[in-house]
Design a protein around this ligand. Sequence first.
Ligand code: CDP
Ligand code: MG
Length: 736
Amino acid sequence: QPENAENVEFEEIVPSNQHDFQTNGVPLVSLKGKKFGAANSLSNSLQSRSNYDYENGIKTVNFDNSNYKQNKSQILSEVKLDRKTILNQRQSLPIYDIKFELLDTLAKSCTNIIMGETGSGKTTQIPQFLHEENYDKEGAICITQPRRVAAITIAKRVAEEMNCKIGTLVGYSVRFEEMCSKNTKIKFVTDGMLLREVLKNPLLLKYKYILLDEAHERTVNTDVLFGILKSIQKKRKLKEKLPLHLIIMSATMDVSNFKTYFNAPALYVEGRQHQINIQHVKINKPITDYMSACLTFMVKVHRVAKEQEDILIFLTGQEEIDFAIKLIENFKKFEEFPSYPILKAFPLYAALPYQKQLQVFAKTPPGERKVIVSTNIAETSVTIPGIKYVIDSGRVKVRTYNSRSGFDELKVCKISQSQSMQRAGRAGRECPGVCYRIYTNQEFVDMPFNTDPEILRTNLCSTVLKLLAMKIKDVINFDFMDKPKVENLQLALDQLKSLKAIEEVNGAPVLTELGRKMSLFPLEPRYAKLLINGPTYSCTEEILTIVAMLSTDSVLVTPTNKREEAEEKRKKFFSVEGDHIILLNIYKGFMECTNKQKWCHRSFVNYRNLCYAENVRQQLKEICVRNNIPLMSCNGKTGLVLRCLISGLFRNVAEKVTDKNYIVLHTREEVKIHPSSSMFRLSEDYVLFTELVKTEKTYMHINSSIRAQWLMEFDSEYFLSKHIKQTKSESKSYIF
Ligand code: CDP
Ligand code: MG
């Protein structure tokens, strides 16, 4: 227990700024929604009056909605009794009272920016408003979400509010799963899926409205969508009868940036539904062991909260979260007071199969308390039922691209103010909430308002491939909201060239046939290339399995107290050729056994993750079949599989320098084999790794043993230019 989190006190901070966004002096059109809760529902909307607050540059519009009240009573009389709760909930949202005001204002411009506090009802209500008033007659409404859990759960909620089955009027489409029909009018999608749609329908004529939700997140896909949608909007204005309306939404964004980029008015929906009480630690020295601090406060909250008042903890990554869950389970064993609600701990992170992710959205039974330990996946957009308390570590794992080494790195960093406010916003969605921040108010004040957009920190290979597939030739001058460094774009072009995905025609990059095929897979270009190369090495089936297994995390389950037993049981999968072949062996065992769940349990592998891999594999296989990629198997000649892996991952090759030290040939970076790798104890001369993980040292993760000779056969020119030492394999005996 470092830093004595047990004795730390909290102080309540009432945020000085009234809203969670930065305007930098930009005037806003402000719509007065309800301030808090249902109490004063229609009180502020009875007169028609508009005034301009010169001091703040805010135009406040109060309005007459007698028209709307009539409409509302009409709805009420039609509603069956059991629908009443849902309607009540809708009506108590700040945004509900200003429906017509909002729609009128939206109609004045083709693009609008909407801000409203977390929980004010933006995501669930605005699409319904548009639908209820027939704005979707000529084209559907599409709402993007940065993450799949958000897309799925919100679609389900809206379907419930509209009393229809999911997949009919309301649907969703996320990677590897689609629940839509021809009649779907309100469709929730991940931003990545909408980009895929652009490939098929360059003008997106299906949609009249596209709502870009949680725009502050600025994922690469969102940023690319911004540019693409702007240009589609322009083209449709010129050529088509159906104009495209864009609505950009968030609770926490830097308005001035967005206003300039979209040249659009910004609206502010005032009010939030429930109050959130924010507590900062009162301490002189910042807390570094944030995990134990979070858990200590979790126990404190547990001691005072009522049953079914659930807790959401934000930590950074899978390993940490799994560990925290274990600690909570352990804590339960020593629970001295059996009268407290029973704790049920759930992890939540992106690599978790989504069926398991959705578990956390189930209502907590009486007598219990749900504790969810999550990454930033639950930070925006979602409503998790029951959450009254949020405990925020103030940390997040960020993927950054190291342009020097050419690889992505994952690092734990402090969050931004915007993230901090979004996290607090996960409490107070169904009732007033409390957010405990494991950092001081001063630490909060010192945070940047927003983190750098992802596009400035990530490898742009997939993005550039997508842009080219969308026929955007001048990638360097694409209309990015924040322009990535030209050298990073250039680097991505170089990588694509080395993967033979593009070639230069008259000085401009053009997709090759291979590149076009690669863009069809929802995968990183190099993995797509592996699949396309499968037939060349007679191993499409095996590569399908490996890529699917790599798309889920942690297939292995290693309980700390049963480490040896787990390793013993998993010996049957072992291969001297390394981790990729072990993944193949595990999958094979999984497909051949009779009782999958039992088999997984006995073999210490993760049942759900394997089911997820099975599902992903099926989807990828369908894409292969659709694109005439023959499904071939090498029938156990694993050397062919490894050689195929080289064909896409040839930059991920390291050469041994001394016993445990390697250098990456492409970058000359010093690396080691990660202790979790089956190759940790072996000392092979050449290693092909899947990714680099950086902590104090750089480790190669998920590795295979390969021969120098294969490297030379694949591309001797490249490897000689990288000063490879051996040019053919030394004496080791191989299966193939
Ligand atoms: O987008 P915004 O943060 O403004 O709010 P929203 O997602 O539209 O949700 C508004 C409110 O609807 C939440 O605060 C919840 O009270 C309720 N809601 C819910 O109960 N269950 C859901 N799955 C989604 C929303
Ligand atoms: Mg929302």
